[in-house]
Write a protein that binds this ligand. Structure first.
Ligand SMILES: [Zn+2]
Length: 412
């Protein structure tokens, strides 16, 4: 039911019959558009009953191609043990341990569908691991450009998945320049290269939008009052907003919208700064530094859409310091049993701040997105592990005495 692609800046239409990047007129992000009227007639939310618990259960509103799937999506929506009306959407249970699985499953599906061979991505870490895994599953080449100081897990998994890895001395924006150089070279088209960069192709958003469908389905086709989302590139935020529009058109939900709330690290908070200054685009953040690697995005390409969504949804943007994020990571682990990625734990910091300043009331239903597993940040988090002294061993006399009688070895 995919009919065409549409520029989010100027509305220009593009065919969805071949690979596309961004709008050739203004560089705007292209969105996949469907014939929602026909889907509405032929498929209702009731048809989802009994379908496989992956994001491909929503294939009626995804491009029609043979999915490259590792079982991504339909992650748990866990009621918080601390706050009665808070839910934690635990994306750490996805293949490759992060929400990036969704976008890359959709994107690699389409790349294979179009016969592309070599997939290039600049990544802050988790998207690299996800591309490497899905490319392996699709027998395609993954070419990964990531900062040399990404969490060790991201480097290691890419190597095991057989990806071609280039470690870059810089940030994701420097990695993006490497991909852009490659794109200008003459081998790009000849060798079947495809740019998988965040929002530089239309299908990662399609994968990420399934988070919006799941939030609605798991809450009984009601949307929460607010969603807090750790925002680097912001694809999930874009995707979920798109999902809410589609679901309304399909009659699955009403015109209500959650307040969309961006949380960023104080060490790299370009969206928070632009929001506070009332701007409609983001300035490049200089000297970005935070332990939440996924939030080290100095200038998201979809900035104009992120800020527009904050405005339309009556949302807001909050910064969390690394100290606050670390404390929240530990607190969530201890109180919820969820070992979250630092990016995810940043949502707890934002929730507490917005509850304290009256933005939220305790009765508001709020969904916090844990975007990944803390297990992928072992080297980052190990530095902060509390090394307690070993507990004292019980005195020797507490053990049963060994008995050696007449050369028989006792069972003790
Ligand atoms: Zn355009």
């Amino acid at each position: 039911m995919l009919t065409h692609l549409e520029c989010t800046r100027c509305g220009e239409r593009y065919t969805a019959d071949r690979p596309q990047s961004v709008c050739t007129k203004d560089g705007g992000i292209l969105y996949a558009r469907y014939d929602l009227e026909v889907i509405k007639r032929e498929f209702s939310s009731a048809h989802l009953t009994g379908r496989a618990p992956t994001m491909w259960r929503y294939d009626a509103i995804l491009p029609a191609a043979d999915p490259v799937s590792l079982g991504e999506g339909f992650t748990p929506m866990l009621p918080s043990r601390e706050f009665p009306n808070v839910f934690i959407k635990d994306e750490g249970l996805n293949p490759t341990g992060s929400f990036k699985a969704r976008g890359l499953s959709a994107c690699v599906t389409m790349a294979r569908h179009f016969g592309m061979k070599k997939l290039a991505i600049p990544s802050a870490g988790n998207a690299a691991g996800a591309l490497a895994a899905y490319a392996a599953a699709a027998s395609l080449e993954a070419h990964i450009f990531m900062p040399k100081d990404v969490p060790a897990a991201n480097r290691i998994e890419c190597d095991y998945y057989g990806a071609h890895v280039t470690l870059v001395d810089g940030l994701i924006s420097d990695c993006a320049k490497k991909v852009a150089e490659l794109k200008d070279s003459e081998v790009w088209e000849k060798d079947g290269w495809f740019d998988v960069s965040t929002t530089k192709e239309p299908y990662r958003v399609e994968g990420k939008k399934t988070m919006g469908y799941e939030v609605a389905e798991q809450l009984g086709w009601r949307l929460p009052q607010a969603i807090i989302y750790p925002t680097g590139g912001g694809v999930g935020l874009l995707g979920m907003w798109k999902a809410f529009e589609e679901m309304e058109a399909l009659g699955w939900t009403g015109p209500e919208r959650p307040k969309m709330i961006v949380v960023q690290s104080a060490g790299c908070a370009p969206v928070v700064k632009a929001w506070e200054e009332g701007k409609s685009s983001v300035e490049m953040w200089t000297n970005a530094a935070t332990l939440a690697a996924g939030l080290r995005v100095p200038k998201p390409y979809g900035d104009y859409l992120i800020l527009d969504i904050l405005k339309k949804s009556n949302g807001t943007a909050v910064a969390a310091t690394d100290e606050e994020i670390l404390e929240a990571t530990r607190h969530w682990a201890k109180t919820e049993g969820i070992f979250a990625a630092p990016e995810g734990a940043a949502c707890l910091v934002a929730y507490r701040k917005l509850l304290a300043n009256g933005f939220f009331k305790p009765e508001d239903t709020v969904v916090l997105f844990n975007t990944g597993s803390g297990l992928k940040y072992q080297d980052v988090l190990d530095v902060h592990v509390v090394r307690a002294p070993s507990p004292a061993l019980p005195p020797q006399s507490a053990k049963p005495a060994a008995r050696h009688i007449g050369g028989i070895i006792g069972p003790y």
